[in-house]
Design a protein around this ligand. Structure first.
Ligand SMILES: N[C@@H](CCC(=O)N[C@@H](CS)C(=O)NCC(=O)O)C(=O)O
Length: 210
């Protein structure tokens, strides 16, 4: 069975939702946020020590949430997780998937613990500038959002990212006020029964990553 490394509230929830979406069985290797030994064990598998990290049942290690989304889409091409190569919404899907992982996700990477990257004196500046950049990127997505889901009639992996990332900084109340389309999409995904237990397990407690 595939092995998915997880920490509640972290990006592993994106991969877990994708696995549920396409019906791939998996086992969780859960590490608590404070479990330093667990994170060191993760480093042996993924030198970046990041989640999601998925070890496939035939051996390869998949990191990078977008790679996991695309891989999962290939496992069940008709599932809707990833629009098929000839689907009219494919181009917009690729644009916003890459924007989410290439532009939005790094604002968390560099802003979550700024002192990993800059001296203490620059801590607040890096946190604030990455937070502002993320808001700008989400405002771009707000302008592009369709309804009821980001690409239109059917949900896809983009909606999973919106559901999860809107729980992180600047958090849901900001989205409700500033990006109501994205907020509505997130709430629609909250209500998807396929993921009810997953959202509960990941977002019912305090989220250190917020
Ligand atoms: N590009 C990666 C980013 C993953 C990422 O930054 N994950 C965060 C959790 S939400 C993490 O593991 N942070 C710990 C760290 O970077 O040390 C992806 O799309 O999967």
């Amino acid at each position: 069975m595939h092995q998915l490394w997880t920490t509640p509230g972290y990006g592993s929830v994106l991969a877990e939702a994708a696995l549920l979406w396409v019906g791939e069985p998996y086992a969780r290797v859960e590490i608590a946020e404070s479990d330093e030994a667990g994170w060191e064990r993760l480093r042996q598998v993924n030198p970046l020590k990041q989640l999601p990290t998925l070890v496939l049942d035939d051996g390869p290690v998949l990191t990078e949430s977008a790679a996991i989304m695309l891989w999962a889409g290939d496992r069940k091409p008709g599932s809707g997780l990833v629009p098929t190569a000839t689907a009219p919404e494919r181009a917009r899907f690729l644009r916003f998937l890459v924007l989410l992982v290439g532009a939005v996700y790094p604002t968390f990477t560099y802003g979550d613990v700024p002192t990993k990257w800059v001296p203490e004196s620059a801590r607040d500046a890096l946190r604030n500038s990455t937070d502002e950049r993320r808001k700008m990127l989400f405002r771009v997505m707000e302008q592009e959002a369709q309804a009821p889901f980001f690409l239109g009639a059917r949900p896809c992996a983009i909606d999973l990212y919106l559901c999860v990332m809107t729980r992180w900084r600047p958090n849901r109340p900001w989205f409700a006020a500033e990006c109501p389309q994205l907020f509505a999409i997130a709430e629609r995904m909250d209500a998807d029964p396929r993921f009810a237990a997953l959202w509960e397990a990941n977002f019912s407690g305090p989220i250190a990553n917020d």
